[in-house]
Design a protein around this ligand. Structure first.
Ligand code: SF4
Length: 263
């Protein structure tokens, strides 16, 4: 796939707040299910091993007005949780058969309870993470949490998660992590070949498609970006530090088709 084509596909995936690719994936085979998650700490491998599609949800960005979502949170709460509620109440997340809300912050934590009230009957689970890193304490406890999620998903699909399937899923997601590191290494070592605006959409696109497809996309991007022959630019480097999860507005992250990035 050529670079511009690949980037257009990635941006299309990222901007699709109706989750059309997820609906298409489900429609292709009867009985398929998809599980959404707020994109940190979620055990995507378990969802994948259950034969389901893990779908990262980042809220509606600047593409939707928040009306009903504002009724559920204080107005000063950040955009992601409020717009995620808006997406759910406007039916945009109806392609999801459940949601996992990891322990990102108090706001995301509370979404799991809200989901149960707003969408009764839809699977919603709060995923806590260990604070004690002693394997015998935090490790044992976290294993029990993950096993509970695996049991929940098995109930949704009607079949147990196979251990071999889980091993295969872990392998596939580890390949995804390696490729993600390769993309970031390319960006670090040759930023003129892999602009942040491109890397952003290419990495985030993985939240909407099967990991196998995303692995292919990442490998293709690395090859195409390396071969692009873009000139070295004298850009100053900026380091952003922290873990704030609000996403950039589109006008500033959709520069990949600008002249500097494509030459
Ligand atoms: S930006 Fe911070 S407070 Fe807001 S949802 Fe993300 S982690 Fe929570």
């Amino acid at each position: 796939m050529k670079l511009q084509e690949l980037l257009a596909r990635a941006e299309g995936l990222v901007r699709d707040i109706d989750l059309t690719p997820v609906r298409r994936w489900k429609d292709a085979v009867a009985g398929r299910k998809a599980i959404g998650y707020m994109p940190v700490f979620a055990p995507r491998e378990i969802i994948h091993a259950a034969g389901m599609l893990p779908v990262g949800v980042f809220g509606g960005g600047d593409q939707m007005e928040i009306i009903r979502g504002d009724a559920c949170f204080q107005s000063y709460i950040c955009h992601i949780p409020r717009s995620t509620v808006e997406m759910a109440l406007s039916g945009r997340l109806s392609g999801l058969d459940g949601m996992i809300f990891p322990s990102t912050c108090d706001v995301i934590r509370n979404l799991s309870g809200m989901w149960k009230i707003l969408l009764p009957g839809v699977y919603a689970r709060y995923l806590d993470v260990p604070q004690n890193f002693d394997r015998a304490v935090g490790g044992t406890w976290f294993e029990a949490e993950l096993r509970a999620i695996a049991r929940d998903l098995a109930r949704l699909t009607g079949r147990e998660i196979d251990e071999d399937a889980l091993r295969a899923s872990i392998k596939t997601f580890n390949a995804n992590r390696r490729l993600t590191r390769d993309v970031n290494r390319l960006r670090r070592e040759s930023p003129h070949l892999a602009p942040a605006s491109e890397v952003y959409v290419v990495l985030r696109a993985g939240c909407m498609i099967p990991v196998e497809e995303h692995n292919e996309m990442l490998a293709a991007y690395i090859g195409e970006a390396r071969a692009s022959g873009r000139p070295v630019l004298d850009n100053c480097r900026i380091v952003i530090r922290g873990a704030f999860c609000e996403q950039p507005r589109w006008p500033c992250c959709a520069r990949w088709n600008g002249p500097a990035a494509t030459s």
